[in-house]
Write a protein that binds this ligand. Structure first.
Ligand code: ZN
Length: 292
């Protein structure tokens, strides 16, 4: 028998001061204005928002509501989706990402979350798609740097490589950061990376253990992996209802120097999107203190 790995003990979470909720978690029940009010009423100090909800609310109004509520904006979702079969399509994606940068700045977001995009329509060229992602990011980085807005590459589980995101491991995301230079880091979502045997080492690398200097962990997203998972996109679990060792991963992330908020992000068509959103917020808060 091999001995169990030494436990990583993260700092205890004794209050909600490091809790953020991504509005995707209540998106079927609440628009942005309701989410802002509902999260604030639940004592949640952080929020992450989606561009479509911001557009529905109006950018200026959304920024004012969020500022008045005193939230830390842990991210704007999302930029990316760079691969396209035509030059015009790739240019349109880059232009859209430039608008996303402006929106993130107006909202005071800590980062713009990038979901890279998968294969270009009609293509089987995965390496080509990854090159389009690199080129797209390189094209928008000058604006992001000038605005002081960090770009957070979020690796997604490989089951999304074809249609959503061809950056599939933390190591791959960090290779991209190395290639692109300053102004770009990673969003670590336990749902997407929990299975990766290299995760602990890559989290340490993201914190600068490879000699790269400043920490590149820009966001930490939490939820849980249900067994069985019945939908590839819309069946994420509440923390504590699945099999991810969240405290262990949080310990690694904090040991790597990340001291920001933990952002609950749950897409759950059949369960949490069907519940009273105030209940969802209170369960997020309870579980945050119990199992994160
Ligand atoms: Zn995420």
């Amino acid at each position: 028998m091999t001995a169990p790995a030494a436990a990583t003990t993260p700092s205890p979470l004794t209050d909600l001061s490091r809790l953020s909720i991504n509005t995707a978690t209540t998106r079927q029940q609440w628009g942005l204005e309701q989410a802002v009010a509902g999260y604030a009423a639940g004592g949640v100090p952080g929020i992450a928002v989606w561009r479509d909800q911001v557009a529905d609310c109006g950018l200026d109004r959304a920024a004012r509501l969020i500022r008045d509520a005193g939230f830390t904006v842990t991210g704007l979702c999302r930029g990316g989706m760079f691969p396209a079969p035509t030059e015009a399509g790739r240019r349109a994606a880059i232009d859209d990402n430039r608008r996303a940068i402006e929106e993130a700045v107006a909202l005071g977001a800590r980062c713009l979350v990038i979901v890279s995009g998968g294969l270009a329509d009609g293509s089987r060229d995965l390496a080509g798609a990854r090159a389009m992602v690199r080129d797209g990011l390189a094209a928008i980085l000058p604006e992001a740097r000038a605005a002081g807005l960090p770009i957070a590459i979020e690796p997604l589980h490989p089951m999304y490589a074809a249609d959503r995101c061809c950056i599939n491991t933390l190591g791959q995301a960090l290779d991209l950061c190395d290639a692109l230079g300053p102004g770009v880091g990673v969003a670590i979502d336990v749902y997407h990376v929990w299975w990766d045997p290299a995760l602990e080492a890559q989290i340490a690398r993201a914190g600068g253990a490879d000699g790269s200097g400043a920490g590149r962990i820009l966001a930490f997203h939490i939820c849980d992996w249900l067994v069985p998972t019945t939908d590839l996109l819309l069946d994420r679990g509440m923390m504590g209802d699945g099999v991810i060792d969240i405290p262990r991963i949080r310990g690694w992330v904090e040991a790597a120097g990340y001291d920001g908020l933990c952002e609950v992000e749950i897409f759950s068509a059949a369960n949490w999107w069907q519940r009273d959103p105030e209940e969802v917020v209170s369960v997020c808060a309870e579980r945050f203190l119990e199992v994160v």
